[in-house]
Design a protein around this ligand. Structure first.
Ligand SMILES: [Zn+2]
Length: 149
């Protein structure tokens, strides 16, 4: 396949919200889905974490652990604290949304809104989010384009 200059479209940062790539957590990712279950389970609220053991979690599907967060933990006040590092915050936000793919603009806006009510509002720009989305292999965050039909 000949190399083309089709990369040009990415030059304009976030002007076109609809066209910018959406990201989700690859639940089957690194290094396997079992440890992804544990990884996600760590983000549950204290009460939920008391409800099972790591062995129980290992037996679960990452999707089911995430569902627990969607239905409960995401609504607890400690879920997304103001001092949460941005990558962690983006990860938690995707979990809270049931891993519905989001782009940098949507993620930045959602985080800003989430933190707007605090004493020290934290503004999160789409450009900053985009940069971290492209460099978060640890969290299994990946482009979701092909996942959507
Ligand atoms: Zn919970």
């Amino acid at each position: 396949m000949p190399r083309s200059s089709s990369k040009k479209a990415q030059a304009q940062p976030v002007a076109e919200e609809q066209n910018s790539p959406r990201y989700h957590i690859n639940l089957e990712s690194s290094p396997d889905s079992q440890s992804m279950s544990l990884f996600i389970a760590d983000r549950r609220c204290y009460a939920c974490q008391q409800g099972d053991t790591p062995l129980d979690v290992l037996a679960k599907d990452p999707e089911d652990v995430m569902q627990q967060i969607v239905e409960h933990c995401a609504a607890t006040p400690d879920y997304l604290l103001l001092d949460t590092p941005l990558k962690e915050a983006a990860f938690r936000l995707l979990l809270a949304g049931g891993n519905e793919p989001m782009n940098a603009v949507e993620l930045g806006r959602a985080l800003s809104e989430r933190w707007a009510m605090s004493a020290y509002p934290r503004e999160v720009s789409a450009a900053v989010v985009q940069r971290l989305l492209d460099h978060s292999p640890y969290y299994g965050i990946a482009k979701a384009e092909e996942a959507k039909a």
